[in-house]
Design a protein around this ligand. Structure first.
Ligand SMILES: [Zn+2]
Length: 312
């Protein structure tokens, strides 16, 4: 069983890799702060070790200059891996957000994209029942957009899993075993697919994908995806995105908020690498960040109408 192999990998890496042991120990001491916005819980995590990732430069020139940290020869020699399928490796993430945090890159250096890999993501969720799997699009939080990868977080770490799951999702359409729903709210809009069938879930995902816009010079619609497997079903949450980073990220030093949202932030766990942001960010600033990086409400509502009207 892969899940057991991963549990062993964790124990082994913590025992034998001093840097990683310290990183996970530091994580156990970090602070969080809860806020309620529009009746949804957001948990802000102060995580200074994530500064590298939040500030990662991902323009083509910067990527070409740096050695890819997901490619085999450049990875730390202490970092062990276990194979997943033919194409992937499972690694312990040395810069954790979660008490157990995995990175699942492809063996080959190839661009981040989801359409052809969506069913692999579902396979990984099923193979790792203790984890929530997630995908950050190349302009939506991935710090290595030039090397395809998923990540995984130990279950029970994000507001989405408990608090939001109980929110009232409304039906859009179904396909065989799979149901597509939406959440009727302006802030941080999200679509949900639930399904016991991988094929039906994939068909609904592709339908949504095809209705989302692909920007000029980009390879796919901007999105974040989280999924997990429970009681014989996949739960899949898709956040359609707008801006890569909020405007405050680019503000003058004095006003800057170094927050660069990915799947985890969209799922209610806001990662703040700077103490000033962690302490000082207001509810209104946070709401503004979420508005800027999410598909605008008008587009979200139009998307839902199109999805409802679509004829197979
Ligand atoms: Zn690479």
């Amino acid at each position: 069983m892969i899940q057991e192999d991963v549990d062993q990998l964790f124990q082994q890496q913590i025992a034998e890799w001093e840097f990683v042991r310290q990183q996970y120990e530091a994580l156990s001491r970090i602070r969080t702060r809860d806020v309620m916005i529009d009746e949804s819980l957001y948990r802000i995590q102060f995580n200074p070790a994530r500064a590298l990732s939040s500030a990662a430069r991902i323009d083509k020139a910067s990527l070409a200059k740096r050695p890819c940290f997901l490619c085999d020869p450049q990875r730390p020699k202490e970092q062990k891996s276990i194979p997943f399928g033919e194409d992937y490796l499972i690694l312990v993430n040395p810069y954790p957000i979660f008490p157990k945090h995995l990175t699942i890159p492809t063996r080959k250096h190839t661009d981040q994209c989801i359409r052809e890999r969506f069913s692999d993501l579902l396979d990984a969720a099923k193979a790792l029942p203790h984890y929530v799997l997630f995908y950050n699009g190349p302009k939506c939080g991935a710090s290595a957009p030039d090397h395809a990868h998923f990540q995984a977080a130990e279950k029970g770490s994000m507001p989405l899993e408990k608090e939001w799951k109980a929110l009232e999702f409304r039906a859009i359409r179904s396909k065989g075993e799979a149901k597509l729903c939406y959440l009727n709210r302006a802030l941080n809009p999200v679509l949900r697919i639930t399904s016991a069938s991988k094929e039906d879930a994939t068909a609904l995902f592709e339908l949504v994908y095809d209705y989302l816009e692909i920007r000029k010079d980009e390879v796919e619609p901007r999105m974040n995806i989280l999924t997990w497997y429970e009681e014989g079903k996949w739960m899949i949450f898709l956040f359609p995105r707008d801006s890569h980073r909020p405007s405050c990220y680019h503000d003058e030093e004095e006003y800057r908020r170094l927050i660069s949202p990915g799947s985890v932030d969209m799922a209610g766990l806001i990662i703040s690498a700077i103490e000033r942001d962690f302490k000082g960010i207001t509810d209104e600033e946070l709401a503004q960040i979420l508005r800027e990086v999410s598909l605008p409400t008008q587009d979200y509502l139009q998307l839902i109408i199109k999805l409802k009207k679509h004829h197979d």
